[in-house]
Design a protein around this ligand. Structure first.
Ligand code: GLU
Length: 348
């Protein structure tokens, strides 16, 4: 009898645990509704809260990260989901209501720095690699994801197995991206076709203007999944791309706040839920989130935010990997994705 009761208790406990935790593959995040927080006077968080919307620079053509839904007009993906969690930390409410608090602004790779510097956006969450050259122009919270650059070719192409195979061939990538820099460094004899967006590169591969497209593997995975089996990922990674949240250079209180939000959503399952509903749905395998890098800002000490989200971690400096050889110096502010002309001239 005692044995049976013990068995029953164990069964109930298992059921309760399963219900509260969910399985590893299906984290639900928190459905908590937060009251509007009080932010330090004069902080960027207070300013955004007062204006009522978070201006988010993101991609509009990258399935899985930032993709405009042609039916609803809404921009969907992992980057947008990360921004929603930031909106909850700024405005309160919950992830669902956060959508109404975001004002999406289309950014392409080359205009991310000027959009931040000119105040066109409050943050950029747009597959944006953290590196030293960009840190001279903007600051980054994160990383919140680490990708690797790879290649995409036609499904029946077996001639391209690694980046060096692009020497003497035509390859497409995007202006102002680390993908362009890495390609030129690893395959200096490749003929490089540059567009504003990776979807334009997909079109160039489809109609034979190039033999390969190169950028971060999860971006290519989105293009592969939309290609109706016409394209494949080569799976020959050749760089590390830690994605950060871009913000105005020197705004250390805001950066610290954003890093707190990231650490909180890593710990409470929201990051995992954001991944599973976007990149996970595309078939990408979820790795644990990367460690936030609270790097020392140039010249100034790093003040801490007094509106730290509950459960956020401390401000220990960590060493996340960054690519230091890449840069983006374009000052173009064009967001057009349809009228841009291809260019084969190297970028500065
Ligand atoms: N992550 C790389 C970059 O920030 C390539 C992807 C992109 O262009 O958004 O440049």
């Amino acid at each position: 009898m005692r044995k049976r009761r013990g068995h029953l208790v164990a069964l109930i406990l298992t059921a309760v645990l399963a219900a509260s935790c969910g399985s590893d593959s299906e984290p639900s995040g928190t459905s908590e509704t937060k009251p509007p927080p009080t932010h330090p006077a004069g902080s960027t968080m207070a300013r955004i809260q007062a204006k009522g919307k978070l201006a988010l620079g993101t991609k509009y053509d990258q399935l899985g990260f930032g993709q405009q839904n042609p039916t609803t007009g809404k921009v969907e993906g992992f980057d947008v989901e990360i921004a929603k969690r930031i909106a909850v930390a700024i405005f309160g409410g919950d992830v669902k209501s956060a959508e109404a608090k975001i004002e999406p602004v289309e950014t392409v790779s080359k205009n991310r720095e000027p959009f931040i510097q000119d105040g066109k956006v409050d943050i950029v969450v747009a597959t944006y690699t953290i590196n030293d050259a960009r840190k001279k122009e903007v600051d980054f919270a994160g990383p919140y994801f680490v990708a690797k650059q790879d290649l995409m070719v036609k499904s029946d192409d077996s001639s391209i197995k690694s980046v060096t195979d692009l020497n003497g061939k035509k390859a497409c990538t995007v202006k102002g991206s680390t993908s362009e820099k890495n390609l030129r460094a690893k395959a200096p004899q490749a003929e490089v076709l540059l567009f504003d967006t990776y979807s334009q590169c997909g079109e160039a591969l489809r109609d034979g203007r190039v033999q390969a497209v190169t950028t971060d593997a999860p971006i290519l995975a989105g293009l592969v999944s939309r290609s109706d089996r016409a394209f494949k990922l080569v799976e020959a990674p050749f760089s590390e791309e830690p994605y950060g949240i871009g913000l105005k250079k020197g705004d250390d209180v805001f950066r610290s706040f954003l890093n707190d939000v990231l650490e909180e959503i890593y710990a409470n399952g929201e990051w995992q839920a954001a991944f599973d509903s976007t990149l996970g749905a595309l078939g990408l395998k979820r790795e644990p989130p990367p460690k936030v890098d609270r790097y020392a800002s140039a010249g100034t000490s790093s003040p801490t935010s007094t509106s730290t989200p509950t459960g956020a971690g401390g401000s220990t400096a960590t060493t996340a990997s960054t690519t230091s050889t890449s840069t983006s110096t374009s000052t173009s502010t064009s967001t057009s994705t349809s009228t841009s002309t291809p260019s084969t001239t190297p970028k500065p």
